[in-house]
Design a protein around this ligand. Structure first.
Ligand code: GRG
Length: 303
């Protein structure tokens, strides 16, 4: 049953829909041209353009709106695409038999099932390369800022970022462990692209160090809430959430450890802390705050 949203949230949903459409249009331009000349191009297009929430691009663009207002800039849209490409690249690998061995992603057969494992690995590497190329050359941005953008992206994806998070998840995720250890893995595997999104925006908008620190705190809390919502949704049937439920059965998650009620309570706590960070950053009541409200009104959105 559809949840009735107040008018302001309908307006927000419309704005989010428009931003997503802009991101998809720009992604289409950055990906290999259609029809792709080979299976690698096909996998890159198919996996990246498949319907996803685009939460990382949205975070970047909504942060930019809160910090400097106006329409989404070319640089903002380019960097949003870079983040979505890294995310898609990570999903290609995450789904492979040597990792989570998933059959469904975004409601479709996973990339290695559609195109083969060789294509999934190569397509992922190609997406990653393209993302770095985009981050190195956004429109009208000084070279010193471009350098910082590339460094940030490298930190978010590399051995101290997503790669480390994934390794933790693979090695620790199957055995029983305490809450703190689960939260540590979640922080490592889900938060890096969330924090990169807001830090990209902070760099483009030349935000103060204090504002950037609070944005980072906001993105970390939101990322932790998002991962819990993802785990909660995993306990639902695909019909209930429309896609990839059941993919992480048997993993030691907060939901498996404490049960859904306590996990939901943790979501609320993370979202409350996220909101406080926005207030401390001086952008309480803006677009990102509306994103939080939207999360609360639609708790399965992240699933
Ligand atoms: C740097 C390419 C690269 C790989 C690093 C495989 C890997 C190593 C990392 C994967 C980390 C991972 C899968 C984290 C899960 C985060 C998460 C909540 C994924 C689901 O994201 P959504 O809900 O998905 O945003 P959609 O489909 O909506 O985009």
């Amino acid at each position: 049953m559809a949840i009735a949203l107040p008018n302001t949230q309908h307006d927000f949903e419309k704005r989010v829909g428009a931003l997503r459409a802009q991101v998809d249009e720009r992604l289409d331009q950055w990906l290999p041209p259609a029809p792709p000349q080979d299976a690698i191009g096909n996998a890159m297009r198919d996996g990246t353009l498949a319907p996803g929430k685009r939460i990382r691009p949205l975070l970047l663009l909504l942060t930019l709106q809160d910090l400097q207002g106006g329409e989404a800039s070319d640089a903002g849209l380019d960097l949003a695409c870079a983040l979505e490409m890294v995310h898609a690249a990570s999903l290609f690998l995450d789904d492979m038999p040597c990792m989570d061995n998933a059959e469904l992603r975004r409601g479709r057969p996973t990339i290695h099932l559609q195109f083969g494992e060789d294509v999934a690995v190569l397509g992922s590497v190609a997406l990653l390369s393209q993302a770095f190329s985009i981050a190195a050359s956004p429109a009208d941005i000084p070279a010193s800022v471009r350098n910082q953008l590339v460094r940030l992206l490298a930190q978010a994806t590399g051995a101290q970022g997503l790669v480390r998070g994934q390794f933790h998840d693979l090695r620790e995720g199957q055995r029983a462990r305490p809450l703190e250890a689960i939260a540590h893995t979640n922080r490592l595997k889900t938060c890096p692209l969330f924090t990169a999104a807001v830090e990209f925006a902070a760099l483009l908008a030349d935000a103060s160090a204090s504002c950037t620190r609070h944005l980072n705190g906001f993105a970390t809390e939101l990322g932790l809430a998002f991962q819990l919502l993802d785990d909660l949704a995993d306990g639902l049937s695909p019909q209930q959430i429309g896609k990839d439920a059941g993919k992480d059965v048997g993993k030691s998650t907060v939901v498996a450890l404490l049960g859904p009620e306590a996990a939901r309570q943790h979501v609320e706590e993370h979202l409350a802390r996220a909101e406080q960070h926005l207030i401390d950053a001086g952008i309480g009541g803006g677009q990102l705050a509306q994103l939080l409200e939207y999360f609360c009104a639609r708790p399965h959105w992240a699933g």
